[in-house]
Design a protein. Structure first.
Length: 217
């Protein structure tokens, strides 16, 4: 980024422009190079009759140092976070030009800095750290597996219309399975699967009540 200065009606006007060597993606942030160029432009085009005093120079230089230090800290934190993901299985969520989101799962094989941004290497492709959706751990894999098994078992149960009192043990067993899960594992259970179980339980209660009523008669 370069800072261009011009005089308009006796007033300095500063304009930030992308250099030919910069990436096609523009940045809205004022980096340390642009900040320094702005300071130099102010010094070059200052009014000789009313020059900036030393205190103002010192103040701006101090601000520049703070900007540079913050950028160094941000870079170090980003590098550290990326390095900590090496060898771990992650889920990356990306959005294509049509606005459609998709997820990619894999192990982080390497990390690489590209255009000042740390990226994650997964199966030969580079992904931005900002696209990181989650880091997969043992608890996640267990919960995801249990959710899949639960949905499969629910699909083997009869429909509400086909349900009989003979299915009582199977329905109760599925409820016991769900109740045995932790709160985290329950959060992975699909709403449709749980809704199906609840509907079957309600229908079973009606069938059992009807059976008891007939027995009393």
């Amino acid at each position: 980024m370069a800072i261009e200065a011009s005089v308009v009606n006796g007033t300095m006007q500063y304009t930030a422009t992308e250099s030919s060597s910069s990436s096609s993606e523009s940045s809205n942030s004022l980096d340390k190079d642009a900040f320094l160029q702005l300071l130099v432009a102010q010094m070059q085009y200052q009014d000789p009759l009313e020059p900036m005093d030393n205190t103002e120079y010192v103040s701006q230089l101090a601000t520049f140092s703070q900007v540079e230090e913050l950028q160094n800290i941000q870079s170090a934190v980003s590098n550290s976070q990326a390095a900590a993901l090496l060898g771990k299985q992650v889920i990356i969520e990306t959005t294509n030009s049509a606005g459609v989101s998709s997820q990619v799962s894999g192990y982080v094989d390497y990390i690489q800095e590209e255009n000042g941004e740390m990226k994650l290497g997964i199966d030969g492709n580079l992904y931005s750290m900002s696209d990181l959706y989650t880091v997969i751990d043992t608890d996640y894999l267990t919960a995801a597996s249990l959710s899949s098994q639960f949905s499969t078992l629910i699909s083997t149960l009869p429909s509400v219309d086909e349900l009989t009192v003979d299915d009582k043990d199977a329905i109760e067993a599925m409820r016991d399975v769900y109740d045995s899960l932790t709160s985290y594992q329950k959060s992975f259970i699909e709403d449709d699967a749980l809704s199906t179980l609840t509907s079957l339980e309600e229908k079973l209660e009606e069938l059992l009540a009807a059976t008891e009523s007939e027995a009393e008669e």
